[in-house]
Ligand binder design. Sequence first.
Ligand code: UDX
Length: 433
Amino acid sequence: MGSARIVVIGTGYVGLTTGACLAGLGHQVTCVDVDRVKVARLAAGQVDILEPGLEELVSRGLSSRRLNFVVGSREAVADAQAVFLCVPTPMGAGGAADLRAVEAVIEEISGTVPAGCAVITKSTVPVGTAQRIRALLGRGDVPVVANPEFLREGTAVSDFLNPDRIVVGSEDELAARRVADLYADLAAPSVVTDAASAELVKYAANCFLAMKLSYVNAIAELCERLGADIESVTDGMGYDRRIGRAFLKPGPGWGGSCLPKDTHALVQVAESVGFDFSLLSSAIQENIAQRDRIVAKIAGSVGGTLAGTRIGVLGLAFKAGTNDLRDSPALSVTAMLAAHGAEVTAYDPAVDGDLPGMRIMDDPYQVAKGADGIVVLTEWDEFRRLDWTYFADLMHGDAVVDTRNLLDPQAILNAGLCWLGLGRPRRHARATA
Ligand code: UDX
């Protein structure tokens, strides 16, 4: 398509990344949002999302005039060749995706979108949405294309610019190919298919990743009970090319804005067509059980009961590299700690301000003061460089529970503390001293 006139509706992390990256690829992009304040900030180059490379891309787009921000999609789409829908599709009642934002946009643009312009779903939408949009649009001359994103928070720009694949699906194959052409410079393989298959690829991929993680967390639990070491087990598994090394790290559970939402939605979709997707439901249950096991592990590390203890938490974001707290396992764990009577203080390099039930500190050493135990819940690199001797001086107890297997156990033992990882043999300072 060469350089195309593109409108991106919704400037959340998917929309803004899509808009800024497409402008970076040489397209003429208009990003639309209903939030006037946000649009004004973005038009001035102010990006509020913590996403490496995004602010630079936005500012380059603005100065090259290939990227602009406006309020109101009705006028914006009038001369577009492609319109990307990147509005939120939150989890609605019963786990199904709530499509009200998508429907509102369709209603707004249905009269002004020009003939031949592709309307593209980018946000994760339930299977059948493209078809529903076609019906809502009521425009036989406007093709609808599903083009799911596979962007991870914290690496969204690099994921966009180095994709494993481009998935496009439509009943209008030519339109799907034109949308794939927008990414031609990225030299990634394209999967061109029907709309329902493209929509399902996204769920099938994300839910597979979630199941892989629940599986690894369960294997880590088995390692503890059987005296094996998860690091060696996953190392041995990862050499198998059919399995691969990615997504084999145990943790406090998977969270974030996508995996929890998408797993619930797919269970719901399956149910709606009379299929009991018990494999996936079990992965969700396992993810809840993982948080309970972490809390039990922390309790065990401070003498069996949490009431009256002081626990210092390192990391609140659902993973490193983001300030996103949505469905963060760290928040469930801290809430359970508090509910069991522990006094919780927390530090996260990307989170400030107070949260219910805990005090947020602005320095990691502050959470050590008088703590009976420390628990690492997010794998921030800077935690690897903490001074554990100083921690030991400040702490009241000696327990360090490392739910990301992030720290160097030896450094902790050398400081006279006890290290407890996930699926790994417990290591106690006194035993090695
Ligand atoms: C995910 C998908 O990866 C992405 O393709 C999709 O478009 C959006 O959802 P994201 O939500 O940013 O991306 O998080 P991701 O990096 O996939 O991590 C998900 C969760 O799994 C996090 O809680 C993370 O801590 C956890 N995780 C990941 C592990 O516990 N171990 C691992 O080995 C990998």
